[in-house]
Design a protein around this ligand. Structure first.
Ligand SMILES: [Zn+2]
Length: 181
């Protein structure tokens, strides 16, 4: 299964590795290998990182804290203090090493540095009062994304992920209705 990175922020993308949170949660990070693949697929993170079971546990705890805080932002309520502490602790970790070259940026570091990077990115967006955080409009998606569009008019986390599915379902419903009528 492919991971998707459409939330506009790596912390929000991590939170979205659980889908359908309110109905039947689908967790796509079940093993350390899943997490290694997710990190490699995320272009803001190193290409290679080694993950063991405790690191997966720490990541899941950070992920749930980020989701909780993003939801607090969407619902315009105070941050959950326990989640704030988890994110702050992760952000206090070492930074990734970033090197510029003619082929672009090369990033390296261990999983602690990766989580620190994700936590810092999460803090930046959660603390930005002008950042427009939204939950995807497709029923059951529950992904929270950063809407950077002009006038903040986006409805879906991603066109491919959800927008086209909703439009196709609406088209089928219209066809059914006209066939019945
Ligand atoms: Zn969606």
């Amino acid at each position: 299964m492919d991971f998707s990175f459409v939330s506009g922020n790596p912390a929000l993308d991590l939170a979205a590795t659980v889908g359908s949170r309110r109905d039947k949660p689908v967790d796509t990070l079940l093993t350390p290998a899943d997490l290694e693949r997710w990190v490699a697929d995320c272009h803001e993170l190193p290409d290679h990182v080694t993950v063991d079971a405790p690191a997966l546990g720490t990541t899941v705890s950070l992920r749930e804290a980020i989701y909780q805080l993003a939801l607090d932002r969407v619902l315009d309520r105070p941050f959950d203090p326990a989640s704030v502490e988890i994110v702050n602790n992760a952000a206090a970790g070492p930074a990734l090493t970033i090197r510029l070259s003619d082929t672009g940026v090369h990033m390296s570091g261990d999983m602690t540095a990766v989580l620190s990077h994700i936590a810092r990115a999460g803090i930046a967006v959660l603390a930005d009062s002008r950042a427009c955080l939204k939950e995807c409009g497709r029923t059951g998606c529950t992904r929270i994304y950063l809407d950077r569009s002009r006038g903040a008019r986006r409805t879906w986390c991603g066109m491919e992920e959800c927008g086209n599915r909703v439009k196709a379902a609406a088209y089928r419903a219209r066809k059914r209705a006209s066939a019945d009528g």
